[in-house]
Design a protein around this ligand. Structure first.
Ligand SMILES: NC(=O)c1ccc[n+]([C@@H]2O[C@H](COP(=O)([O-])OP(=O)(O)OC[C@H]3O[C@@H](n4cnc5c(N)ncnc54)[C@H](OP(=O)(O)O)[C@@H]3O)[C@@H](O)[C@H]2O)c1
Length: 285
């Protein structure tokens, strides 16, 4: 594949490294996706077959930022993807977009939310923009990958584990998660097959934040402690809500793409995480 990535952030760089290692031709663009002239220029310059949109605003330090920066969030999360869709259609390019599972709440009576279910979580401006973009891009000739609460093996700011460890007081409900390495591998397989439509790209099974932190205590830091708070308490200290949801991953499995079960994948990720922390500690001595 010859892939042009928009969005030089956390996921954009991870995709760049992975695709490069796999021997694909890959370019990381710094174009503003809301600017059609810049998008067209990048596509004509690099002549890719695939456009991967990793650009967007998710809020720094967290999603509360999007509540007070609605125009920037709307432009990057809704207008930008629409510009990419229009240009890709006109230039005959395969368009792949990163969406999110954070447009659902709950577990759909134990079935998990499938790609056919309409979003039911509108509690944050971020989630509303992501749902709007998904709807506008459609379930047709674009590949949309739903990433959820990404976890990696490294102590880094984007990693859900690193975030939870820093909070110390957490909410804890069953959730679907994406182990980033598994997500990128699955996404690449879908792209190689030129799949289209929306896919839930999460590891099968569910886990709570407390279960993640218990595993952290077991594998990384036995002295770590945390406490669980209610959603009502959380709402008193944040500007906007946080969703908890379980996604149905059978569509991805039916495509023949397997992601390891979340509990097993988390244990592996945290085992490596522990080694990374040990290595950091020994170099800082
Ligand atoms: N990480 C998560 O927890 C998570 C979960 C589910 C879905 N997602 C989705 O995954 C995608 C990538 O997220 P990420 O974690 O890689 O976020 P990230 O690290 O913040 O990267 C996003 C990048 O997009 C850039 N950007 C924003 N607006 C842009 C525009 N108009 N044109 C070009 N670039 C623009 C950002 O630049 P600035 O920093 O200058 O704004 C940033 O470099 C986003 O669509 C996000 O909604 C992320």
């Amino acid at each position: 594949m010859k892939v042009l990535i928009f969005g030089r952030g956390w996921m954009g760089k991870k995709f760049f490294d992975y695709l490069n290692l796999q021997g694909h031709t890959v370019v990381l663009s710094d174009a503003d996706i809301t600017r059609e002239d810049q998008v067209v220029h990048a596509i004509r310059t690099h002549a890719p077959d695939t456009i991967l949109n990793c650009a967007g605003k998710k809020g720094t330090p967290n999603v509360d930022w999007c509540e007070s920066h609605r125009e920037e969030t709307f432009r990057s999360n809704v207008l930008g993807p629409l510009v990419l869709k229009t240009v890709c259609e006109r230039e005959g390019k395969y368009f792949v977009h990163i969406s999110t599972g954070c447009i659902y709440e709950g577990n759909n009576n134990g079935r998990g939310w499938s790609e056919k279910d309409s979003p039911n979580y509108f509690g944050s401006f971020y989630s509303r923009t992501k749902a709007m973009a998904e709807d506008l891009l459609g379930d047709g000739n674009i590949l949309q990958l739903r990433l959820r609460m990404p976890v990696t093996s490294f102590p880094e700011s984007g990693n859900l584990v690193t975030k939870l460890v820093a909070y110390r007081r957490i909410i804890s409900f069953p959730n679907s998660l994406s182990i980033v390495d598994d997500f990128i591998h699955a996404a690449t397989e879908l792209m190689k097959k030129s799949c289209m439509g929306i896919y839930n790209v999460t590891n099968p099974g569910t886990v709570t934040h407390a279960q993640i932190l218990d595993l952290y205590k077991e594998l990384v830091d036995p002295n770590y402690s945390y406490s669980v708070m209610s959603m009502e308490e959380l709402m008193r200290i944040t500007k906007t809500g946080r969703c908890n949801c379980v996604l149905d991953t059978s569509k991805l499995a039916a495509e023949g793409i397997k992601m390891p079960p979340i509990r097993e994948a988390l244990r592996n990720a945290l085992s490596t995480y522990a080694l990374q922390i040990d290595a950091q500690n020994s170099t800082s001595l």
